[in-house]
Design a protein around this ligand. Structure first.
Ligand code: PRP
Ligand code: URA
Length: 209
């Protein structure tokens, strides 16, 4: 069963409060999502492996650590995942970025795939699928399916807000995928919106409603 990490750092929780607030306008919403993504990147990389190296300081040799292991890939789910990419890249500037385009059919709530573009070496990378909202879990599961069909094996999922239903769906479909969230909310309403949530993440990020 994939592990679920709730990133409860006070700075993340403080900023998430303003992200949820309906009075927060597009510019501030976008900046806050970017900042929380950076802070979450700090949490999500906590377990990446290190190796020892020696470094000559001006006065002696220091036994130091350097990040080792697989290179990283960020996979934002379009559109709303784009709002978190730059924030993660601030900490992981060497990561490559692949895109999976999905929208949720408003009637069936099923994800519809419309675009995929992945780095050529994607199978060699440890991947972080990025989407602010994990509602039914359909979109996250579909994006992870896309990656697994391309033989990717090392996948994590990073979201701002999850519904319990979405967490369960991803854990059942992809028990090898760890999930990082800033909050797990109460439930999904009849339209598939996370309650209390933050509304429509894509519309709030891009000012489309
Ligand atoms: C939102 C959100 C997720 C999806 C979550 O995207 O960004 O991708 O819904 O819902 P699910 O867990 O039930 O699949 P949306 O389909 O609204 O597209 P957008 O990002 O283009 O606005
Ligand atoms: N997608 C969103 O943007 N918000 C929700 O609450 C659910 C799905």
């Amino acid at each position: 069963m994939g592990r679920v990490f709730v990133c409860d750092h006070p700075l993340i929780q403080h900023k998430l409060t303003f992200i949820r607030d309906e009075a927060t306008r597009t510019k501030d919403f976008r900046e806050l999502v970017d900042e929380v993504a950076t802070l979450m990147a700090y949490e999500i990389t906590r377990e990446i492996p290190l190796e020892n190296i020696s470094v000559k300081t001006p006065v002696a040799t220091a036994e130091c650590k350097i990040i080792s292991g697989r290179m990283l890939g960020l996979i934002p789910i379009l559109r709303a995942g784009l709002g978190m990419v730059d924030g993660v890249l601030k900490l992981l500037p060497a990561a490559k970025v692949g895109h999976v385009g999905l929208y949720r059919d408003p009637e069936t709530l099923q994800p519809v795939e419309y675009y995929t573009k992945l780095p050529t070496d994607v199978t060699e990378r440890e991947l972080i699928v990025i989407d602010p909202m994990l509602a039914t879990g359909g979109s996250a599961n579909a994006a992870i399916d896309v990656l697994k069909r391309r033989n990717c094996t090392q996948i994590k999922l990073m979201c701002l807000i999850a519904a319990p239903e979405g967490v369960k769906a991803v854990q059942e479909a992809h028990p090898d995928v760890d999930i990082y969230v800033a909050a797990i909310d109460d439930y999904l309403d009849e339209h598939g919106y996370i309650i209390p949530g933050l509304g429509d993440a894509g519309d709030r990020l891009f000012g489309t409603k």
